[in-house]
Design a binder for this molecule. Sequence first.
Ligand SMILES: Cc1cc2nc3c(=O)[nH]c(=O)nc-3n(C[C@H](O)[C@H](O)[C@H](O)COP(=O)(O)OP(=O)(O)OC[C@H]3O[C@@H](n4cnc5c(N)ncnc54)[C@H](O)[C@@H]3O)c2cc1C
Length: 460
Amino acid sequence: MNQYDWGPIREELSADVIVVGGGPAGMCAAIAAAREGVQVVLVEQGGSCGGMATQGMVGPFMTCYDRKGETMIIRGLFEEIVDRMVERGYAIHPSGVHAGTGFTSWIVLGHDHVTPYEPEGLKLVIDEMLEEAGVYILYHTSFLQPVLEVNTLTGILVSSKRGLDFIRGKVVIDCTGDGDVAVRSGVPYEMGNEELGLIQPATMFFHICNADEAAMEADIQANLHNFYRKDGVNYRSFHWRVSEAREKGDWNLKRVSLGLFRMPKPDEWCVNTSRLMGVDSTDNESLTRAEIDGRRQAEHIMHFLRKYVPGCENIKLKATASHVGIRESRHIRGDYRLTAEDLLSGTVPQDSILLAANSVDVHGRFGPTSNEYVAIGGDYYGVPYRSLIASGVEQLLIAGRCVSADSTAAGAIRVMPPCMAMGQAAGTAAAMAVKEKLTVREVDIHTLRQTLRERNVYLG
Ligand SMILES: Cc1cc2nc3c(=O)[nH]c(=O)nc-3n(C[C@H](O)[C@H](O)[C@H](O)COP(=O)(O)OP(=O)(O)OC[C@H]3O[C@@H](n4cnc5c(N)ncnc54)[C@H](O)[C@@H]3O)c2cc1C
């Protein structure tokens, strides 16, 4: 079969700014642009915003503080979202959350001031903020194809149950995590780390409830002497229990320890432990196998937890994620490619649109069980606006996990607070371009940074 009947393509929608993907980056891009007074359409293939934060059940929000843990440096929309969630009991404010506790899976390095939160609360808060800002939300709608005039994006084709729609737009922001719009527009990209031929492993998150925090904590305290070893493997909590289970044939996963992160309620924990190698999130067959294998691994981990981890004897499986967690896929090429060296040396380019201090967190580079965690040199680094401008096309910005960075640098800025900050900057810049009839490349960086500062973004 080489012909399809999609029916007529409807052309009912037009917007100043089209945001594709409603994950941490996309939801903030849409809110930021709409608050600047332009018309925004948000296209999301799932039934809620949040991406990995909701559908992927990833958590907590990684640190938003500087390396010393003294100053909250990711603010703006991220802080507003957190405040709204805290007010309604859906999150714990990062100022009161410390490294070396159950909230950080007892990890110390780079984990001070994370934000534990409830994904269900995030869905509600984001719907509310999008509606308040006047964003036209299209859930259950997938990006299909860009429409270009020469090399300028003029809109996108989307598909849904009712067929095909053409949405005309003046600026498109690609927040798909995989850079779908950019790739189909011909922008160059790198898949994972092409030099090493590796993609970071994926993880099926799941949540448990009915855990006894005090008993878990007591086991950690009794084993603090061998808690954190640095021999190429960054051991996390309960590796002594994993070793015991492996010896007895009750552990067959390519992980040497557990990622158990306490959620706002003390008996509920987020489990970041399954390991799925070689998953290509741009291939539905690869994703399908990962979902099935991920759920199988979740059950294996449940059996292990009940049998080996004190305090988990009576746990229940609350939910597995509806989308397997994707750490890495395509890194889209922008006008600037952020490097690991930029981050580790604490470089703050003049066109920085956010500051962050997240460590480089790369899994699986030295074998399936490895986990590199490298803290940065300075107090923070900057992400330049040029990394958000897609190379070789006009009117396309990229924000979030697929932003222009090398694989190692992406291993740091892929966490949710920087992704939200990138989204806010991209949305603000897109609105400025529309209002001033400029291309996104012509946006005045001084005015953009000034506007972001006025919107509570910390730029030093
Ligand atoms: C295992 C794992 C552990 C992690 N741990 C943490 C952590 O502890 N703390 C932290 O802060 N971060 C963590 N992260 C990182 C973080 O969750 C992601 O990198 C971040 O969510 C990326 O945000 P994003 O908006 O770029 O993409 P995503 O969250 O992937 O969102 C992309 C959105 O785009 C939509 N979309 C994709 N393609 C299309 C299309 N063609 N059409 C329409 N919609 C589309 C998707 O449905 C999704 O909603 C972790 C990630 C993983 C996988």
